[in-house]
Ligand binder design. Structure first.
Ligand SMILES: Cc1cc2nc3c(=O)[nH]c(=O)nc-3n(C[C@H](O)[C@H](O)[C@H](O)COP(=O)(O)OP(=O)(O)OC[C@H]3O[C@@H](n4cnc5c(N)ncnc54)[C@H](O)[C@@H]3O)c2cc1C
Length: 544
């Protein structure tokens, strides 16, 4: 008999967004948190630079707002930016109360003051950090706290396949009733029923061949919400982090932007600085400009990487501020206190996602989306560094408050039909899945990467479309395995990214195309919103 679970709230994802939401709910609420890998695995664990908030008396909300709007290139929602930034100090206080060990004491400053660093796009030092492993400090604190709460049950190695909705069950009221979840170890699909469901599944950068993200970032939440009828916006805006360590064994190791914030310089392999040629802010220009400059120089010179040099700073300073980066570089044979290190750009952050409001609500009643999976309107066309952990925390609190307000009036879901068990078995087609996975990610990297063109997008669309059909065939005829679930989601997210990029006939923020190299100032900036009720990603269905 397949297991089924009943909770008040089901949270899919255990990063900063999912766990802080769980902890913000009162202990009277019975909560399930599921994670498709280890409970602490996800982008949050790897965040290095920090979390932005106005905590210094010389800084102002207006300045943080202005910087965020400037980075977002006209597409941020001003009311969301203000809401997030004004709620940031309280979010930091909450983390400090939980015990997150932020680095304190700026040299020459107040002994107990936070040490603030500066990152690209910020006009002042306002990024709190725990050395260079801020995400690890946050995630481990959140996991520890969550484990202490008797009302929260954690399910590791459980991957959500699809949301269960009233519409899918043929009910009059369409709301989210829960999710089908594959218990990866038991190889069994279980129905999780809940009165409120939260997508906190992170982003989709795994759709690109080279990424700073862990394997969990396969866009599952975005694809599940799309299939459940929710609008998805601004998927063309994928941020590429300019500096990942270039090394065959370290393809996803990120070198924090704070290295540039503390004086690190980008250089060509012959030692020539180049950023000043691209932007007057030089090494501290926003990420998209830096990534594009590096991409340009790599293509122009046919080089595999550029260099990042902070060796002019005293060695103790480097080791104290960047212990994680320093240690990882040493493991790989580089000493950043003595020499420049080789770096390349990699897919890093999904600015678009499931459309949500100020309470984290999606289009489907009972379904919330929080964290990188969501498109709240904070980032617009480009996320400013260290605003994303902040968004997770602020919107987790907002969604928790809304859930608390509405839970008592929400009926429990009816009995949910069990999953067809004949569809859960080991696949003899894993090789095909791996091949499709590789093909998709390569195609996205080559055709839908840092610099786009109409022709490249058209090529990418044809391949993504074909892959969607192949995957659909395996999915409906064969098995449910976690690789196949992720591949299906990645293919759908790839299609959403390509279509969104095709719809934007200009360059703006992170979306840069050689066919429309300028920003269109002839009309007001608008989001790219795709609505599954009026738009299909399936060419075959569209053309009949
Ligand atoms: C290397 C790196 C450095 C970064 N540095 C910074 C920084 O300094 N400052 C900053 O603000 N941001 C930074 N970011 C971005 C930031 O870390 C993320 O945006 C943020 O952590 C996202 O949190 P989240 O809770 O939304 O998702 P994540 O932390 O990615 O968690 C996603 C969760 O969803 C689960 N999940 C996904 N799909 C499913 C499914 N189908 N079923 C069940 N569970 C699922 C995963 O298992 C995981 O638990 C960085 C990102 C990276 C990769």
């Amino acid at each position: 008999m397949p297991a089924s679970h009943h909770h008040d709230v089901l949270i899919i994802g255990s990063g900063a967004a999912g766990l802080s939401l769980a902890l913000r709910l009162p202990e009277t609420v019975r909560i399930a948190v599921i994670a498709k890998s280890r409970i602490d695995e996800g982008c949050t664990l790897y965040a290095q630079g920090g979390i932005s908030a106005v905590t210094d008396p010389s800084d102002t909300f207006e300045s943080h707002i202005a910087d965020t709007l400037d980075a977002g290139a006209g597409l941020n929602k001003p009311e969301v930016v203000r809401y997030t930034i004004e709620h940031a100090p309280a979010a930091i206080e909450w983390l400090v109360e939980l015990g997150v060990p932020f680095t304190r004491h700026a040299a020459g400053g107040e002994p107990d003051a936070f040490h603030l660093t500066r990152e690209g796009g910020h006009s002042t030092r306002r990024v709190l950090h725990a050395a260079d492993a801020t995400g690890r400090a946050m995630e481990t604190t959140l996991v520890d706290e969550t484990r202490k709460r008797p009302n929260i049950t954690l399910f590791e190695n459980h991957i959500a396949i699809d949301l269960i909705t009233g519409a899918k069950l043929g009910l009059d009221e369409n709301r989210c009733l829960g999710a089908y979840v594959l218990d990866i170890n038991a190889h069994r699909v279980e129905a999780f029923a809940a009165r409120g469901v939260v997508l906190a599944t992170g982003g989709a950068s795994k759709v690109y061949l080279y990424t700073s993200n862990p394997d969990t970032s396969s866009g599952d939440g975005i694809a599940m919400a799309w299939r459940a009828g929710c609008r998805v916006a601004n998927m063309e805006f994928n941020q590429f982090h300019p500096t990942c360590l270039f090394h065959p064994q370290a393809k996803s190791f990120l070198v924090t932007e704070a290295v540039r914030g503390e004086g690190g310089q980008l250089l060509l392999p012959d030692g020539t600085p180049f950023m000043e040629r691209f932007d007057e802010r030089g090494n501290l220009a926003p990420r998209d400009i830096v990534a594009r400059a590096i991409d340009h120089e790599m293509k122009r010179l046919g080089i595999e990487y550029v260099l990042l040099d902070i060796s002019h700073k005293p060695a103790p300073f480097i080791k104290e501020h960047f212990p994680t980066v320093y240690a990882r570089c040493r493991e790989l044979g580089y000493d950043m206190t003595l020499e420049p290190i080789p770096v390349v750009p990699a897919a890093h952050y999904t600015c678009g996602g499931v459309v949500t409001d100020l309470h984290g609500r999606t289009d489907l009643p009972g379904l919330y989306a929080v964290g990188e999976v969501a498109c709240t309107g904070l980032h617009g066309a480009n996320r400013m560094a260290s605003n994303s952990l902040l968004e997770c925390l602020v919107f987790a609190a907002a969604a928790a408050a809304h859930i608390v307000d509405t839970l008592a009036d929400t009926q429990g879901p009816p009995p949910l039909p069990a999953w067809d068990e004949s569809r859960v078995r080991d696949s003899d087609e894993e090789v095909v899945v791996m091949h499709n996975w590789d093909e998709l990610r390569r195609c996205m990297w080559n055709y839908v990467g840092i610099v786009r063109t109409n022709k490249r997008l058209e090529r990418a669309w044809r391949r993504a479309d074909l892959l969607q059909h192949e995957i659909h065939e395996y999915y409906s005829n064969f098995t449910v395995s976690s690789d196949l679930i992720e591949l299906r989601n990645l293919a759908q997210v790839a299609a959403l990214i390509i279509r969104s990029a095709q719809l934007r006939k200009e360059s703006r923020g992170l979306h840069y195309t050689l066919d429309y190299p300028l920003t269109d100032s002839s009309r007001p900036p608008a989001d790219t919103v795709l609505d599954p009720r009026t738009f299909t990603l399936d060419t075959a269905r569209k053309t009949g």
